[in-house]
Design a protein around this ligand. Sequence first.
Ligand code: ASP
Ligand code: MG
Length: 414
Amino acid sequence: MGIVVQKYGGTSVGDVDRMKRVADRVARTHRDGNQTVVVVSAMGKTTDDLVTMAARISEQPPERELDILLTAGERISMSLLAMALHDRGVPAKSFTGSQAGIITDAVHGKARIVDITPGRVRSALNEGNVVIVAGFQGVSQDTKDITTLGRGGSDTTAVALAAALGADVCEIYTDVDGVFTADPRIVPTAHKLDRISYEEMLEMAAQGAGVLQVRSVEFGRNHDVRIHVRSSFSYSAGTWVGPQEDMVEDAIISGVAHDTSEAKLTVQQVPDRPGVASRIFAALADENINIDMIVQNVAADGRTDISFTMPRGDLLKAQATLEPLATEVGAQGVKVDDDIAKVSLVGAGMKTHPGVAAKMFGALSAAGVNIEMISTSTIRVSVIVARNQVETAVQAVHAAFGLGDDAVAEEVSP
Ligand code: ASP
Ligand code: MG
């Protein structure tokens, strides 16, 4: 008997009727003879609502208490789904992350899974139950406190459990048909990818494609878990995420991702001498601020500008850290631009095909989009543009690489 892990996102369990539809699908998977583990997200906007409630009751809620609060959303989903399955004559048991053996470090709000001890999950499966696990949560090895895995963390719960249980597949059920070549709300001709490699999916997710949490893809890659991203509202095949050698055709480009959650900071006229960049970025690291792109120019007259991007939510903290430091190191000042967006082109074929960056920049220039910063990896080219041009930029790049042409939907029988 094979083990199947299924994860249902917030929209898929958004209300009682949808929850019942999920129960029907899970019941069917169980009756087909699979040992079935189901990871659930909180219903609809529950997590957002809990965050808002906490913010209304306290300006700075203790992280420990905030984490316990947020795990409640997934616990509501897991117990309701278990009830719905019982109604359908399917034995089911729900477990919190902690009960399911999701062991994490102690970093509240973005804990990392350090171990999985799914003993209770295994026994419940062997007794013939469908096992339902609350996503997005675990328990700290050191403090024994309840932790959460960061927004979107139920994906990671599911892939991690699939790895630990040696599941045949981890199905991620969502409200779209799979992974698209671009956000279909911006590019109506964007098409669903049948397959994408772990490496490309990692880049897409890290550059703003919200369909999978980055860590879930890392887990999949590190433990070779086949991930099937698909819609809970249809029985169509979705997108398979797997190793590069599973990719049937070698597409040069997989897609275009965009991200509007960052801001750009420039430390102006920094003296060009050893140790200055190190002090700037050490100070930001001490504040736990994640830096993305960094650009430093060739110095003129012994001075240079250093620009970088970072999450917009950390902007005030970064400014407060850097303004006194800029004075200290003899820089001119700190300039902030929070009206930016990042557009990234991702594709494994870039490694071996010259001219990809040139073609991308050409498309942007033809569309009248100015490039403010550039960064690359072996399979990605990212640019920073003005936020009000993000749609134009995504559309232009998507079209230039002919990504919208062959929209194909592969139907499989229900
Ligand atoms: N409910 C959590 C969130 O909204 C976790 C998840 O859905 O994956 O981020
Ligand atoms: Mg999600």
